[in-house]
Design a protein around this ligand. Sequence first.
Ligand SMILES: [Zn+2]
Length: 207
Amino acid sequence: MASIRPFPHDTCKQCATPLSHALAPGPCGHCLIHPPAQFETHAIYRYQGAVRDAILAWKLQGEDAGVRWLVESASPYLKGLLHKHDTLIPIPMPLSRMRQHGQHHSADLCRLMAKKVACHWDWHILRRQGEQMRQSALPAKQRRKNLRKAFMLNQDYWAKQHDTRGKLWLVDDIITTGSTMYFAAKALRATGLPVHVLSLSKTIQGD
Ligand SMILES: [Zn+2]
């Protein structure tokens, strides 16, 4: 059976890049020079082995049993991290992909996680504008260029709906280069609140 590995504990607090025990919680060399828009980043699993298999089966074949199991297993972790007044916000998908596949994975993930801790989740707060190519097919430099104006705070909605008692968490299923998260977090900072990031998984160089 393929392995399931939790994400390392010693990381850069801001971007979750693994660091040696002595250097954690950073900031790492990259965040020191280019601080990310988010205040902190948490990843639950390493994106490899059975975790990668479960996420791919979910996204490509619509088989969600593996991902549900991963979220269920992370319940104690989620209960320690999240508070009932927190709001989980999915990374918005391009509309064309939602229309084509009828799925919104990060929103589904928010729903599953929010259920574990009885907190809020809300997919109206952040909007995607324009249409972008599938990011995983592009080199890092091109991704950044495409994503720069991709996200926008839904100001009217935010003014009416927000709950300031808890934290704002941007949620995704996987962080690779971190550029999607960076630009989404930057847009969400228009709320004037710090942005926290939670990902089901994150890649580690060399995995
Ligand atoms: Zn960092």
